[in-house]
Write a protein that binds this ligand. Structure first.
Ligand code: UT7
Length: 347
């Protein structure tokens, strides 16, 4: 039986540390509010001109590929998760293919926001299990700092997010009982706009026949001055509603993964929750009666890096020696869509 295992892992965090106090220069907020509500002390912001979602991804991917003991030429497929791509299109996958001078392999972009990396792992796992590919580069990378409203109007969103990238090489293996055991994916689009960035987009701004529109209406369809004036080009979030849903779906999808493998919470060596909010992670830990050493959090230093948060936390926990061969690791995420997902793996 072929299954997939993580053969190499890497992360990249920009050098520029932005503290909560730094943010008080732009908006009415405080270190106390941010720490109390989210646990975040500081986050990293990419260099304004030198770093993009793709350059950070390439840095993380280079480490993952080296640690897997292979070269970029050995990669058969790329799966790239991000909500902050360099371009509206094409996606970042092809930009990584170009930057790493890879073969003319397939490159797929995943649009699942906070659960993007866990979705990406699941997609890659299916390609490996089917025998189609042997080495898949799976990436989560975000440059949030370019698309946030840093005025007081946007403070409930902007204080949370940070930049960074994480990557793994998922590799075919025949060693029994190791690697990805199962993945579990869910969505509920009922509240899609509750955590969303709707513009620019192709949703209907004007109804009617194209031929009847005046010049201004045609020009305004995709992006208008009014959208910018009303801050509709920034992410929008109903924080308390997202919080309430997250604390239900996180435990649910973790328990689903354990049940599918006849395991219990006591078997988990390390839970890597998407770093959405320290209070959410603590709630999940309490609900599942997990000890502190069974859960890894680093949101305090990096903020919420969306699709990058799970691979960054996984990489950092592994680099610290907190994950060892044979450990049962659970990845879990919840976010915009809503989408949520988990993956259970034996390290
Ligand atoms: O990763 C994607 C998934 N996202 C999440 O999981 C996020 C889930 N939600 C959350 O983490 C929390 O809802 C937030 C951290 C976003 C907000 O915390 P909260 O405790 O739910 O606060 P709130 O939105 O209910 O706002 C409470 C007050 C409001 O003031 P009033 O109306 O009570 O006067 C806000 O205007 O806090 C105010 N506020 C702030 N004050 C200082 C909102 N943002 C800030 C801020 N600094 N940055």
């Amino acid at each position: 039986m072929i299954h997939s295992r993580i053969a190499g892992i890497g992360m990249y965090l920009p050098k520029n540390v932005v503290t909560n106090h730094d943010l008080t220069r732009y908006m009415e907020t405080s270190d106390e509010w941010i720490q109390e509500r989210t646990g975040i002390k500081e986050r990293r912001y990419a260099d304004r001109t030198g770093e993009t979602t793709t350059t950070m991804a390439v840095a993380a991917a280079t480490i993952a590929i080296e640690r897997a003991g292979i070269t970029p030429g050995d990669i058969d497929f790329i799966v790239f998760a991000t909500l902050s791509p360099d371009y509206y299109f094409p996606g970042c996958g092809v930009l990584v293919q170009r930057a790493l001078k890879m073969k003319e392999i397939g490159a797929l972009d995943i649009r699942n926001q906070c659960s993007g990396f866990v979705y990406a792992i699941s997609v890659a796992d299916q390609f490996i299990k089917s025998g189609m590919y042997k080495n898949i580069l799976v990436i989560g990378s975000e440059k949030h700092s370019f698309g946030l409203d840093f005025s007081t109007r946007g403070r409930n969103v902007s204080v949370i997010f940070g930049d960074g990238a994480g990557a793994v090489v998922l590799q075919a293996s025949t060693a029994a009982g190791t690697g990805i055991l199962s993945t579990h994916l869910h969505s509920d689009g009922e509240s899609a706009e509750m955590l969303a960035m709707c513009n620019p987009g192709t949703h209907a701004n004007h109804w009617g026949h194209f031929a009847d529109f005046n010049e201004a209406q045609i020009g305004d369809m995709f992006m208008s001055h009014a959208m910018i004036d009303n801050a509709q080009n920034y992410p929008n979030m109903d924080g308390p509603a997202v919080f309430k849903k997250a604390i239900v779906k996180f435990p649910e999808v973790i328990l689903e993964a354990l049940a599918a493998n006849n395991l219990t919470t006591a078997d988990i060596n390390m839970l890597i929750p998407h770093q959405a909010n320290l209070r959410i992670a603590q709630f999940v830990q309490q609900k599942l009666a997990l000890r502190d050493d069974q859960v890894y959090n680093n949101i305090q230093h990096y903020g919420n890096t969306t699709a990058a948060s799970v691979p960054i936390a996984l990489c950092e926990a592994w680099e610290k020696g907190l994950i060892e061969k044979g450990d049962l690791v659970c990845l879990a995420a919840f976010g915009s869509g809503f989408t949520w997902a988990s993956a259970l793996l034996r390290w």
